[in-house]
Design a protein around this ligand. Structure first.
Ligand code: HEM
Length: 463
């Protein structure tokens, strides 16, 4: 009833200037079913957004998951809404995500508090912070391949990428040893992040809450121990190398500029932000390499050259800088298969956009798809052509957005890049591999993943 009254009032006030579109027969349900159906089949653009753009234009209204929503398209719209974060809009996550990630995480922060927490995270996740982690990341990738690939004929590339990404965040960034069962607890939290927030014992959300409480207990123990160790050692450094991020967050705690809850919530959020996104990018990069053998050969040449020049030793940032073609492959992969298709914002006040009014409180959905697949920005947009990223500076701003844009642009971009490149380096130079199922579908629920976990046949490479 509250929804209907509020919705009705806003509707009458702005009706003339609302964007065109359909709110469905029952506004609370609206077009949610059509949205979910298209999303699950990885056809959100072709199945939901594009037909409505054709019918209503590039700004249209709909009603999704109980919220009146305006879907916007094009680089100009992306810039308008992403760059005006905090001024006209704020990011808007489902209540289950907020509850499970924590209300003190960066995704819920605004203004100064957001800037402060982001500053602390960015210091560790920027190029200079990560420089001291390259060696540890290489050791982690090597150890991962030895433990999970060696001696096997087949592995699930996606699951392997997931456990590696988890290990990199925990062991390299936080300096926390991954114990058996930790990944499972974490994944149970993630499973509830987009589930209906039902507090019924046995429901996905309930199980996620129980897992979150377990994770929180574990993290509180770790944070308190690290704080005591740092105090005892009178260690006032903000950290570098292994564990850089946790050291930085704990030093903020000691200095009184962050609360314990903020430290815990942001640790959970960072693992969440890194996990499915990086793993999907890795899996799809391999898929694209398998489907485009000439690209695979170029990648292999690039990495063999690095092995030749460093004598097969540990990688350095200089070696990683030489992986330019591999990064083009990964970028082109994320253009076609963005790990995050877009995200929701909430209007802080009535917003005038392209002659329409977006009422205060309504949601705005920006997506990567329409610019990523637009022939005006990318010639033959459905073709896989890594070469288009050779000169990325020629791209107009807010066209290529796998990492978002504006004040909330991905804080983990450099880490994701390192993770992908280092993994590709070790995997392609040490193993011959091929896809078990070249036609494996991608399911989106609500983040994308390969339906069968992308099994690959592997055998040790004889170089
Ligand atoms: C291929 C991998 C990744 C992709 C595609 C990706 C994508 C994104 C996107 C699209 C956003 C913006 C969301 C929005 O505007 O609502 C974002 C935000 C964010 N990402 Fe990533 N991400 C990746 C990896 C990572 C990693 C490895 C980390 C850190 C460990 C990370 C940390 C964050 C954080 C903290 C934010 C929120 C920033 C803020 O609110 O200020 N991401 N990411």
């Amino acid at each position: 009833a509250v929804f209907l009254i509020r919705f009705g009032k806003t509707y009458l006030k702005c009706a003339k200037r609302l964007p065109p579109g359909s709110m469905g027969l029952i506004p609370w349900i609206g077009e949610t079913m059509e949205f979910y159906k298209a999303q699950r089949g990885n056809r959100l653009f072709e199945g939901f957004v594009q037909p409505r753009i054709t019918k209503h234009g590039s700004v249209f209204k709909t009603s999704l998951m109980g919220s009146p929503t305006v879907v916007v398209s094009g680089a100009e719209a992306n810039r308008f809404f992403l760059a005006n974060e905090f001024k006209l809009v704020v990011s808007s996550w489902p209540s289950s995500s907020v509850e499970l990630m924590g209300r003190e995480s960066i995704m819920e922060m605004r203004g100064r508090r957001h800037q402060h927490i982001r500053g602390a995270i960015a210091k560790c996740l920027g190029v200079s912070g990560l420089d001291g982690l390259v060696l540890k990341m290489c050791e982690t990738v090597s150890a991962h391949l030895d433990a999970e690939w060696r001696g096997r004929a087949e592995v699930s590339l996606y699951m392997s990428a997931k456990s590696l990404t988890f290990r990199i965040v925990f062991e390299c960034l936080l300096g926390i040893r991954v114990e058996a069962g930790m990944l499972r607890i974490f994944e149970r939290v993630l499973e509830g992040a987009f589930a209906l927030p039902l507090r019924l014992p046995g429901s996905t959300f309930w199980k996620a809450k129980v897992a979150r409480a377990e994770l929180e207990r574990m993290l509180i123990g770790i944070v308190r121990k690290r704080k005591a160790e740092m105090e005892e050692a009178e260690d006032a450094t903000e950290g570098e190398g292994e564990g850089i991020l946790l050291t930085k967050l704990v030093s903020e705690l000691t200095a009184g500029s962050m609360s314990e809850q903020e430290v815990i919530d942001n640790v959970v959020l960072l693992v969440f932000a890194a996990h499915d996104t990086t793993s999907f990018a890795i899996a799809m990069t391999f898929k694209m390499l398998a489907l485009h053998p000439s690209c695979h050969n170029l990648v292999l040449q690039e990495h063999k050259e690095i092995l030749r020049s460093n004598g097969g030793g540990d990688l350095t940032m200089k070696d990683i800088a030489k992986m330019s073609y591999t990064w083009q492959v990964a970028q082109e992969t994320m253009r076609l298969f963005p790990p995050i298709f877009g995200s929701f914002r909430r209007a802080l006040r009535d917003i005038e956009f392209r002659g329409f009014t977006i009422p205060k409180g309504w949601k705005v959905l920006w997506t990567t798809y329409d610019t990523h697949f637009d022939g005006a920005h990318f010639q033959n947009p459905l073709e896989f052509d890594p070469g288009r990223f050779k000169e990325p500076k020629t791209l107009q701003p807010y066209v290529y957005l796998p990492f978002g844009g504006g004040p909330r642009v991905c804080a983990g971009y450099q880490l994701a890049k390192l993770n992908i490149l280092i993994f590709v380096h070790y995997a392609v130079t040490q193993y011959d591999w091929s896809l078990v199922d070249a036609n494996e579908a991608v399911i989106v629920d609500p983040l994308p993943f390969p339906a069968r976990g992308m099994p690959v046949n592997i055998s040790p490479k004889i170089l």
